[in-house]
Each structure stands twice: as structure tokens, then as C-alpha cells.
Design a protein around this ligand. Sequence first.
Ligand code: SF4
Length: 417
Amino acid sequence: MPLGIYISVPFCRSKCSYCNFASDVFSRAVFQRYVDRVCSDIERAAQSAERMGERFERAVDSVYLGGGTPTILDITQLDRLFVKISQNFELQRDTEITVECAPGTLTAAVLEAFHRCGVNRVSLGVQSFIDIEAAAVGRLHKRATVVDDVARLQDAGISNINIDLIAGLPHQTAESWELSLAQAVVSGVPHASVYMLEVDEDSRLGRELIAGGTRYHAHFVPDEDVTADLYEMACERLDRAGIRQYEISNFAREGHESRHNLKYWTRQPYLGFGVDAHSMLQGAGRGRDFSRANSAQNNGPGFSPRDTGVESVRFAMSDSLEAYLADGPLQQTLVSPQAALEEAFFLGLRLSRGVDLTQVAAEFGEEAVAEFSATITEFVRAGLLERQSDMIRLTPRGRLLSNEVFERFISVTQEAE
Ligand code: SF4
């Protein structure tokens, strides 16, 4: 199965108040060292996987540069990353090659580099088309910047564009949100990602909201119910425009679903490089004796899944730039068949098409599916899941309460152990 490649570029021009990613503002002096390290990791990828008892095919059908703001790199650094990928992997002819961009960073030189490197998809971190909302969370662009960027990308032959939007930003109202959604539709982009503002300890705005303070415009953040209404508005508005919801946070015109993201939700293999980049490889353990595997667990290097029949291996780079540059250790997680079964449910249920129970039974056994039948029936009765023949999927209400649903799918297997 072809691989997906992800490269993290954790550098930004400024730190947005809601951001809980491992990205920040760093001196340009560190960019070269970072690119050197990522290139060296790409070269050593096969040996690193081998040490974990895994291997991968060199065929690749999806490359994604995310972050952070990859377009903050020098052009020669961007070029170098793409050259290194093409030297070490076999990019298929129709490979989806995406770069995340902050509006206002698409210079003529960047567009030329995209053309040279085969970039055919761009994801723009817009969040809001309303200038006061974007400014309140520290975004550096205005609505006009985004409109101009989209037009320039389309002129340059890149029409496969995603726009990220956030429901629940400070100062946002149903009226202003409607304007943002309308602008996204009118721009002609075939893909939109809509997230609800996350309130957690990992962002400055989240911490201020938890503390009940007023910094970062926290007192202008709509409450949870309003944010949920805004999310539902987005689902309806985009659907009316033919941009259909295919995942909890993702919407696309037919044929423009993100191949990169689909790999995560359908448990296909991918390799990530750079700060906080995650990887998932499977294959070495498949079809082997799983009797010694437990639930997902962390293990030190040198532990081979081939010896134990582990279903797949997940591993992540450090989320600290300093530790990453100092060659810090990988966080490795061995995924047992039981944990893989849970993933098949809670990742698959993120997709609008849902989970095919026949397929799950073919992969994990009839008994495994039977363990979930009472939970599925309960959620169908509660209006959070719907079932048609052997397909189960979240209802619109289930999407809003998806975390509660997913938690139950995990606890079912824990009870059964
Ligand atoms: S540009 Fe993106 S990654 Fe950077 S701080 Fe803002 S939200 Fe975070």
C-alpha cells in the first residue's frame, strides 16, 4: 500500500492565541539545522523502521508539508525537502502534494517553487474572513489577503485548495460566521476544514478561558452552545453549496477529499518527519500469532513487533524543537490487535460514510464485532448512531458528541479483556 509522507515545519511568523500545536516563532538561524535534520531522518527512514521491526514500501501517493508555516522557509530549503523526498521514495504519478500556507506568505518565488516541486494542493490557514476576528487571535492577514491568495493560486494552476475555519473565535456571531462561510463558498475552493475552538491548557486563549479572564479577547468568545450551533450552521451551509461533509471537521466537493487525511482515518501507513511528527506502519505483525499482544503499550527501542505479533507500530518525534535537534528518542507505541480494533471504530466513525461491520469482522473476526453490538444498539436508540444494514455512522447529534461515543468504543474492549 502506498505511503503518506508528512513533514512538520514548526515555525510561524507569530503565535496565534488559540494554537495548541508544537509550533512557535524561532530565529531563522535555526531553519537550516532543522532542514538538515529532517533530510537526514528521511535518508535513515528505512533503518529506523527496521529497528522497530517494520518496513514500508517506497511507493508514495501523498506528501503533506504542515506545521507551522512551511512557506516561512527559504525557497532553497523548501526545494531541498522535496528533492530529498523524491530521492528516497517513489512518488506515484498522481501523488497529492499539499503545502499548508499562512495567507500572505505566497510570494511569486514560493509559487514558482510549488510549480517546480509538483505541489498540487494548498491548505490556507484562514480561520475567519472577518478582519476583527482574525486579528483578535493574532492572525496577520485580512480578508483581502486571502481572496488575493486564492486567485493567485488558481491562476498558477493550483485550484485544489483547502480553507481552514474555526467556529467559536472571539467576537464571532451567527451573522459574521455566515459571512465567512459565504466567502469560503464564493471563493470556489473545493475543500474546507471547520474546527470548533478547543479550550484546553495547551493554548494561551484556552488557559485564559479556563481562568475566566479577559486577555486575548477571551470574554468575547461565544459559549459552547453557540459554538456548536455555528458548527452545525457550517455543515448546512457548505452542504447547500455542494461541499459535502465527509469527516467530522472536513468538507469537500466530490473527488476533492484529502488523501492525506483519509490515510489517518482509514489506518493506512504514513511516515512523519520533524517536530511532533507521527508515523504509523503496519504489516510485519499481520497474520501472525497475536496471542502475546496486549493493549497498546510503550516499549523501548529494539523491541520487535515481529516477535510478538503486534498489529502495527505508531511512533512520534519529540514535540520540542531543542530535543528534536539533539536527536531525542522516538516515542514508540506498539498497537495490539485489540487496540487496532478500537482504532478501526473510533477513526472510522469520524468519516461520514461510517464503519462497515462486515469489513471489520473480516479483519478482526466476528467475535470482535459481537463485543460491540450492545453499545451500537444503545447509541442507535440514543440517536447518536444510525445503522443501515452493516454500516454504522454518527448522526449529526452524534458528531457533536463524538468524543463520548469514541470513549465508549474504547471501554467496551477494556471490559472484554
Ligand atoms: S500559524 Fe498555525 S501553527 Fe502557527 S501559531 Fe498560528 S495556528 Fe499555530
